[in-house]
Design a protein around this ligand. Structure first.
Ligand SMILES: [Fe+2]
Ligand SMILES: [Fe+2]
Length: 255
């Protein structure tokens, strides 16, 4: 279902949350519209391309997409890139450290002169005059990972950080009870998010942003300053990834 999570005249944000094939990991795709232009975040794989294009068309002609943003290199983020490059003139915003991997997703000639390589320290863009901030989130979880902060709506698109794997029969869109929600995030974060140090440093940066909502690529979003603060406090103290190496004791030659 397409949910409009922000609408203030010329500025809109739409979340698409049910385009994933049954059996695949649920993923959200986001469309930011400002004025005449659109920015599509983490559009996903080939299997949802035609469905997502049809959904986008209800809000903006796909040819009006100015940017395709890929937060990192995972297939659920950008494996369907080729199709969007064919039907639009949009630029691809991709972390600089992953730039050389883009041709693995698409026809090399489609990429020529269309890549905005996002440096490690992030950058700012204009979407039909509206500022969009691309902020670092390295190791959360990819070594080169970027998030999108939209100052107009005060929305932080956090990619896999904050992802929740919700039960099929209870896939709520907005977190109501943070304590009850943690069990749907915990296992994913312990295994896929790389380091507590990265989490704590990210939390310090996030607290300096004026955030009304945090919207991950998987599962439910965190709405309102109180819920955002609870999420950032949880991330700030998280032990995950390499913090758990001693506990896991994986590095044994398999018998
Ligand atoms: Fe990922
Ligand atoms: Fe993901």
């Amino acid at each position: 279902m397409a949910i409009e999570i922000f609408n203030h005249g010329a500025h809109r944000i739409i979340r698409f949350d049910d385009l994933t094939e049954p059996g695949d990991v649920q993923a959200n795709q986001f469309l930011i519209i400002h004025g005449e232009k659109g920015m599509l975040l983490d559009p996903g794989g080939n299997k949802m391309f035609s469905k997502l294009v049809a959904e986008i068309s209800k809000f903006i002609p796909p040819q009006k997409l100015e940017y395709l943003f890929l937060s990192h290199q995972d297939p659920d983020v950008g494996a369907g890139l080729n199709g969007y490059l064919l039907i639009t003139d949009a630029k691809i915003c991709f972390p600089e450290v992953w730039e050389r991997f883009i041709p693995s997703f698409c026809t090399k000639s489609f990429v020529k002169d269309r890549v905005v390589a996002i440096p490690d320290r992030g950058m700012r863009l204009k979407l039909d005059g509206a500022e969009i901030v691309l902020v670092p989130a390295h190791f959360l979880h990819s070594p080169g990972n970027i998030q999108v902060y939209d100052p107009t709506s005060k929305t932080l698109f956090s990619g896999d950080l904050g992802a929740s794997l919700l039960p099929f029969d209870n896939a709520y869109a907005i977190v109501g009870d943070f304590g009850a929600h943690v069990k749907y995030m915990d296992g994913f974060h312990r295994r896929y998010i790389t380091s507590g140090q990265a989490c704590a440093r990210w939390a310090t940066m996030a607290r300096a942003l004026d955030i009304e909502r945090i919207v991950p690529q998987h599962g439910a979003l965190f709405e309102g300053k109180a819920m955002v603060a609870q999420f950032i406090d949880w991330i700030a103290q998280l032990k995950c990834g390499v913090d758990l190496l001693a506990e896991q004791n994986w590095y044994q030659i398999p018998k």
